[in-house]
Design a protein around this ligand. Structure first.
Ligand code: PEP
Ligand code: MN
Length: 368
C-alpha cells in the first residue's frame, strides 16, 4: 500500500498531537454548538460527534440520525473547524458525503465485520475523503489491515488509523485494553500510516485520559481523538469518559511532546554507543545459547544410551529456583528470569526429544 503521509493530507498543521475533539454523540443543536464554540476557542481544529451510535445493547440512545449532519455543517460554518463523524453503512456514507463532512471514521464494531467494510468501501468508490479506521474490538491486526486494504482498494488514499483499545475477558483498569504491541506492530509494518489514539474509549473514565494520551505521544502517535462535552455528567452516551473543553485544554497543555529523533549530535552519539554495546551483548548471548544447546544435545544422548526420561522435574525446579534467586540479586524481576529460563528449558526438551526419537547411532564426546 502506498498511503499518503499525514503531512500530505492538506488539512492539518504540522505539529503533534493533531487533536480531534467533540462529544461522543451529537444530542441537541445547542449541546453541539456550545461544545464546538468552547473547543474552537481553545484552538481545537477538528470537531467530532457521533450521529449514528453503535450501542452494545438496544434501548440506549442511538444517535440523532441524519438531522445531526446539519448541526455539524453549522459548526463548520460558524467556527471554521473541520468535522468528522462515524459511518457504518452505505446510507451513512452517502449522507455524510452529501453534507460535506470533512473526515469519516469507521467504528470498532464495523472494522470487525468484513461484509460491512466491503459495502462501505464500494459506496466510497470515487470519493476523495480522508478516513480514519478504528481498530477492531478484538486484538487482531490482520482484521484491522483487512479493513484498511478494502478502503485502499476502493481508491481512498488518505487513510489513517485510530487505536481505541480492545475488549478483554479479564478485569482491567481500562474499559478497552490498550495492548500497545498492536499499534506498535502497525507502525513497524507501515511507518507512514497516520496513527491517532483514542484515550477516551481506552480509558472509559476521566482519570486515565491524561496518562493514556501521554503514553500515545511517547509512542509517536500523530494525533489524539478525545471525547469532550459541554456538560459531561449529563451526556447521553459515554458520560463517564467525557471531559469538559477546559479540562481537555489542561490535558493537552500538560503533555510532554518528545522529539522523534534527537537534534542533538552528542545525544545521537551516546545512543549510537549504547546501541553498539547492546548489539555486542546480544551476540554474546547468542553464542552462549548455542553452547548451552550443544550441551543439551550431549545430555540427550547420554539419557538415551541409559534409557533415562528426558524431563526430570526435580532438576528443573532447582535450576529455575536458583536462577530466580540469583536474578533478583542482580535486579532482574522474577517474571523476566522465569520467562527466559522456561524458554531455554523448553528448547532443551525439544532438542532432547529429537535425539530420543532419532535412529542415529549415539556418539558421546563429553560426559555431563
Ligand atoms: C465513538 O467514537 O464514540 C465510538 C462509538 O467508538 P468505538 O467505535 O471506538 O467504540
Ligand atoms: Mn463514545
Amino acid at each position: 500500500m502506498n498511503l499518503k503521509p499525514i503531512s500530505e493530507w492538506g488539512m492539518f498543521e504540522n505539529k503533534r498531537p493533531i487533536l480531534i475533539a467533540g462529544p461522543c454523540s451529537a444530542e441537541t443543536p445547542e449541546q453541539v454548538m456550545a461544545t464546538a464554540r468552547e473547543l474552537a476557542a481553545r484552538n481545537v481544529k477538528i470537531f467530532r460527534a457521533g450521529i449514528w451510535k453503535p450501542r452494545t445493547r438496544p434501548g440506549n440512545f442511538e444517535g440523532v440520525g441524519s438531522e445531526g449532519l446539519q448541526w455539524l455543517k453549522r459548526v463548520k460554518q460558524e467556527t471554521g473547524m473541520l468535522t468528522t463523524t462515524e459511518v457504518a453503512n452505505t446510507t451513512h456514507v452517502f449522507e455524510t458525503l452529501k453534507a460535506g463532512i470533512d473526515i469519516l471514521w469507521i467504528g470498532a464494531r464495523t472494522t470487525s465485520n468484513p461484509f460491512a467494510m466491503q459495502e462501505i468501501a464500494d459506496a466510497l468508490k470515487g470519493a476523495d475523503i480522508p478516513i480514519l479506521i478504528k481498530n477492531p474490538v478484538n486484538p487482531d491486526i490482520e482484521l484491522w489491515l483487512g479493513a484498511i486494504e478494502r478502503l485502499y482498494d476502493a481508491g481512498i488514499t488518505r487513510i489513517g488509523v485510530i487505536h481505541r483499545g480492545f475488549s478483554g475477558m479479564s478485569k482491567s483498569i481500562y474499559r478497552n485494553d490498550p495492548v500497545w504491541q498492536i499499534p506498535i506492530e502497525m507502525r513497524r509494518r507501515y511507518p507512514d500510516m497516520p496513527m491517532f489514539c483514542d484515550p477516551s474509549h481506552i480509558s472509559g473514565n476521566r482519570k486515565l485520559i491524561e496518562p493514556v494520551s501521554q503514553k500515545a505521544m511517547d509512542l509517536n502517535f500523530d494525533g489524539l481523538m478525545i471525547e469532550s462535552h459541554i456538560d459531561p455528567d449529563c451526556a447521553l452516551s459515554d458520560a463517564k469518559q467525557q471531559i469538559t473543553p477546559a479540562r481537555l485544554s489542561e490535558i493537552i497543555d500538560n503533555l510532554v511532546i518528545r522529539h522523534r529523533h534527537s537534534q542533538d549530535a552528542k545525544m545521537a552519539e551516546t545512543l549510537e554507543e549504547l546501541r553498539a554495546h547492546i548489539d555486542e551483548l546480544d551476540n554474546r548471548m547468542l553464542d552462549i545459547l548455542q553452547n548451552r544447546m550443544e550441551i543439551s544435545k550431549q545430555i540427550g544422548t547420554v539419557k538415551k544410551q541409559n534409557a533415562v526420561t528426558i524431563y526430570q522435574p526435580g532438576r528443573w525446579d532447582a535450576i529455575l529456583k536458583t536462577a530466580v534467586e540469583k536474578g533478583e540479586k542482580k535486579g532482574l524481576t522474577e517474571n523476566f528470569v522465569a520467562v527466559v529460563f522456561k524458554a531455554i528449558h523448553q528448547e532443551s526438551i525439544n532438542i532432547q526429544t529429537e535425539i530420543m526419537n532419532s535412529d542415529a547411532p549415539e556418539h558421546v564426546t563429553h560426559a555431563d
